[in-house]
Design a protein around this ligand. Sequence first.
Ligand code: RTP
Length: 151
Amino acid sequence: MSNTERTYIMIKPDGVQRALVGKIIQRFEERGFKLIALKLTQPTEAHLEKHYADLAGKPFFPGLIKYMASGPVVAMVWQGLDAVKTGRAMLGATNPLASPIGSIRGDYALAVGRNIIHGSDSVENAEKEIALWFPEGVVQYTSVAEPWIYE
Ligand code: RTP
């Protein structure tokens, strides 16, 4: 827990196709998080199999990889206090049905297999995912808003 905690957030192909990119970025900006990496990218199945390696045995795994490789995704790194936990809360539950209204999935998704966004579930996994999706590294810069967001 620190102001420099980082999380990996990814708008999935359905989120991009449904033109929700701007709204999702706006939510993270407005909450006070700092954007330190961003790209639109078309992931290969091999890359996605690395990202979802812990789910390899699940029955939905082949469908998940196909869906995730079906179009471009927006890969992002957001930084700030409790970025991982707060990011997950902003996303809602894995199943949109269990996601509170006001969360991203609770407002924009209906089906678990089309839940529009990914967010790291631990600081350790966030760092792994950032290394996988941004091997080139992230951007360092000073945000002028910081003294107004943190004590
Ligand atoms: P994510 O990694 O995408 O943020 O999702 P998560 O932690 O909330 O959920 P996880 O259990 O890691 O599952 C990863 C993604 O797999 C798809 N899924 N489909 N058809 C199904 O029963 C099912 N279960 C999970 C979802 O897209 C989920 O986000």
